[in-house]
Design a protein around this ligand. Sequence first.
Ligand code: DAH
Length: 340
Amino acid sequence: MIKRLEEIKLGSEKLLNDAKSLKDIEELRIKYLGKKGELTELLKSMGALSAEERPKMGKLVNELREHLENAVSVHTERLKEAALNERILLEKIDVTMPGEKIRPLGHKHPITLVIDAIKDIFMGMGYEIAEGPDIELDYYNFEALNIPENHPAKDEQDTFYVDGGFVLRSQTSSVQVRTMETHELPIRIIAPGRVFRSDEVDATHSPVFHQLEGLVIDENITMSDLKGVLNVFAKALLGENTEVRFRPHHFQFTEPSAEMDVSCFVCGGKGCRTCKQTGWIELLGCGMVHPRVLEMSGIDPKKYSGFAFGMGLERIAMQRFNIPDLRLMYENDVRFLKQF
Ligand code: DAH
């Protein structure tokens, strides 16, 4: 019986040391101290002992039981405390730690950067910013710009037609008409915005792109005003050393019309790959607003005259930021956008 007591002592000690959870401790308690526990059984079997041995043995068994009961309660307390401490540690907030940046701030798109730069230049010369809708009446996009139904000039800007006399505007020139109809004279505006044409997508074409339009209407506006303003603009945008030249051209809504080239800002005009060895890069179309266009918008062409210009913004952004493929600008890959 002494031997059995020894076994229980050793066994329970080992289990106590190995116990890692409250559940382990509870199992141990039931195993030894429960109603059918090993120690309880041992006590019960003491009837078989002699009257002499019984009190001695009883004392030993009771000592062990007390010891075990004590150990169980100490261990239980310790485990409970450890669990609590762990929870406190987990739920602790260090208010002095720097905040976590979850949403990084965005970045301006290269097209927006170009628009901002051009806006700055013209606002410095007293221009206002005008806007018009992307879904435009055929009238504003073509008709009122002296491009009547069935005119071949319409083919050059094949766009997307929407039922009810609407088109997705193929040029920001539509804003010219809207402005002339509503704005008091004199007019000095620029109008940046999205335009649409049914072009196939490739490295230099997209069915959606951006233009920036300009319009000035006042008394005594002449071609030299046009040249002066656009010369100042080109130098401000591309650098003081920039030269400009005007080539005669045709647009339905201006007369005379021209295209303006700027000296190549890569080679300075000597000739390189960017300017295809010509020393010049085409920047925009422009001209004196056609008297018929003025008239259709209710402005008296005998009293007033004006000039207009329009340019594509994608090409400027591509050249300014060295972007080799137009498509990169519409893919919205942040790794690309982050660079500007
Ligand atoms: N709207 C023309 C185009 O998309 C560009 C243009 C040319 C605009 C001459 C003008 C202008 O205002 O005067 O090709």
